[in-house]
Design a protein around this ligand. Sequence first.
Ligand code: Z5A
Length: 210
Amino acid sequence: MKNYFIVVEGLDGSGKTTAINTITKILNNNGIKDIILTREPGGTPIAEKLRKLIKYNIKGDEITNKTELLMLYAARVQLIEKVIKPALEKGKWVIGDRHDLSSQAYQSGGRNINQKLITYLSNMVIGKFKPTLTLYLDLPPKIGLKRILSRRKIDRIEKEQLSFFVRTRARYLEIASTDSSIITIDANQNLKQVQHEIYKILNQWLKIYK
Ligand code: Z5A
């Protein structure tokens, strides 16, 4: 049996955590039990420390956009080399809560950092390594923010203006429209409908690729 790296992407509150639970169940039902879950930024002791630095301000020393970008890639490389690649080499499947596409969307789209710099950085540090399949949960930013506000405190990035998330979403959609390994799912449906769509897409995909 082949092993794969599946990533779930989307704006905050788009339902990634919920989708990952659904994907895990589908894989289990297909006899795939050896699954590693990752999240970005994070997933190793060093990457989790970087996650805290990325998500919360240090008083008097606000993070610049480029520092944020470099920390995201530092965390990503650490996770790929220490967790994702070794797991795949051992025949495990990996499901990622966010990966490189988040940086293309949030840092290029949201932050307006030059895409050439991000592409260069990505090529230099992670090279050709990419997910086998990405499910992008598409949702209007207002709805995602409403969902998370009803559940928890917001972090530094989530405090951005709505226009930041509008640009981030636009970049997600733009990239998804040019990359056949990214499947867009309408996340602005009730939970059952989203789960049903994930079932349909993943079962079909497994028939072809497993
Ligand atoms: N970031 C970045 O800028 N660049 C990068 O390269 C990377 C990340 C890797 C990570 O935040 C932050 O880092 C993120 C992007 C940035 N920040 N922003 N802004 P995080 O990991 O702490 O959180 P998150 O990934 O943004 O999202 P989340 O809060 O974990 O949300 P979620 O996993 O997408 O959603 P959920 O927990 O499954 O669902 C949220 C709620 O909605 C929950 O109560 C559900 O029951 C409910 N829900 C889910 N689906 C539905 C439907 N269909 N209908 C109604 N309600 C629903």
